[in-house]
Ligand binder design. Sequence first.
Ligand SMILES: [Zn+2]
Length: 689
Amino acid sequence: MRLERLTTTCALALLFVAASIGSSWARATQHGKKRIGELERLGPKGRDALVLGLDAPGFDALPKNERIFAYYLSRAAIAGNDILYKQNHRHAFAIKQLLEQLYHHRAELPKPIATHVHDYLKYVWIHHGQYDHRTGEKFVPNALTFAELKRAAEIVKTRGGRFDFLAGATLEAKLETLKSAIFDKSVEPHLTVTAKGKDIIKESAVNLFDPGVTQALLDAVPRALRDQLNVRFALEGNTVVAQVFKIGGLYDRELRTVAYWLKKAAPLAQTSEQRKGIEALVRFFETGDEKLFREHSVHWLKSDNRIDYLAGFIEQLKDPRGVIGNWEGMVSFAADSRLIGRIAEQALYFEGKMPWPAVYKRSSIKKPVSNVVHVLVGTGDMGPVPWAGYNLPNYADIRRDVGSKNVILLNILQAGSEKDRQREISEFYLPPYRRLVMEHGKLFRRMLVYLHEVIGHASGQPDKSLKGDPRVLIGRSFSSLEECRADLIALYHFGDPKIRALINDTLPKSKRYTAEQWRKLELGMYIWFLQGHQIGLRTMRDGVVKGAHRRAEHAIYRFVTQNGGSKTKDYGAKVVKRGGKYFVAISDPAKVHRGLRDLLVALQVTKSTGNAKEANRLFDRFGTNYDPAVQKNVKLRAARLGMVKNRVVVYPRLVPVLKGGKLVDVKLAYDETLTDQQLRFSRLSGKTE
Ligand SMILES: [Zn+2]
């Protein structure tokens, strides 16, 4: 599970996220050689992907043993990367190997063919195969043809190239097997099919099931196996056979290497809790026993260390049933968490200032675990297309009984293109707001996320007479209500003098905000949120807003710009049309604040009393439908502007410093392109040195 705001914004609103926050692009130009910020763009007019080099400030100041610990963990993450190719499609890994081999011989190929191979290879690296990592739709090469592929392979064969990894007697037969997988969009068009009335197992191209495995055949498998996180289902004759992901089982080579590096890391763990977690994880990879992964998850959850990691089968989004996990590897280190920590310490202060009735306020609040980190490396589900935050583990009972870790991935959240950001602000914001958003957009995003996570979800309490869990009582509108409540709390408190004081405490004297500046920033925060949501309408389809977080945002946008549906109230914000374009305009931030308050009080009372009818009424009225004219307008302007589909990252390189063959230190280098990094990952896979 991911921080929904971050997931949603990352996966769907994409560039707008990058647009609304600061970016490190400026630094890329300052430091010359450091590859940080925008590195390249892919696709027609550069709209398919924006490749960003990530910064990881502060790593060099960590103690040496922590840097070495991070290095071993990073090798475990890299060692698992190939698993996701194998999980995605039965030919995806072979396609990658084929293209990489052709790429290595690029100097011997006709130039246009070499360029076409390289272009397609980048897409295959980004998505771990030939299906879009987020949408699961199949894509085909922009330029490469089958004839060119054949020609390239023939040339490479005469230069000693080997194609043993492909099935088939002759080179021609080998390539023929891959032809439709690469070039025909109509063959197995969707990675994961979940539509009603379909055989979701048979129709999904994902390689978690052999071709021929159907829902009916799978239903005959014992329940315990069917519900397991780390199995694949093969077909032998007419029988479905479970293949467990483990050393000596499926993905043996990768998992053996993952375990090797984890064992090197374990003695350097920062606490015994963390060490026990890593040891349980190694035993999980050795035995395939999911109980050990659960055991690992509890240790991992309880350890709150500067260096942290993810390694294993975590998100279950590619299995149409949502059961089998995809490979994900990541290493991170704690960024400056002073601000988020201080906000958390003030939770009771903010609870006292909530606008709802005192009986629904808490008298004590357990400080939530919330970390801000920089990511050093991510593989599989974590890169090159990354998440911007997570809330794990996914086991519902562990979340209920032990808790969960809520982590914001700051360097990913803040990566973006300054150029795009400026162009988007000029296109979508009315002139009086542009400078505010340009200068403070980064602060607005950070504070919205911090306050949403740390103050928002932890606040409020049920009515004393309420029997049962509001989540269950409210049902279908609960998630939208809860996300909306958390957003409202963030917006409602942003202007509070305490927030200004907490931020000022972290700034040098010359940069501190005055009360007068802060009033302007309050206006900036509101316009950034409301206008940002309007821009996000461009990705919506079928006339309906989907997903809890977007419904939540939409409810705020509509409620405030439509005066809560009242003819007598004025909430100080409107959707306006100027020169054929739609915008949000704010006449009075104090009135917006009143609108936020009214909706927040209504939601808290609804939640505290478990009132399903009122929750449905509110979200059906404000959170569901959008104005198609506005949507069409922003979509058109976004297309004209060339807003990019995917944000793709290149992580820094962890460089081992060896002395007499012994690892004595680790440095960071920012010297790789997407191609350099992915080739290095391929080279290191399976290596124990
Ligand atoms: Zn939330």
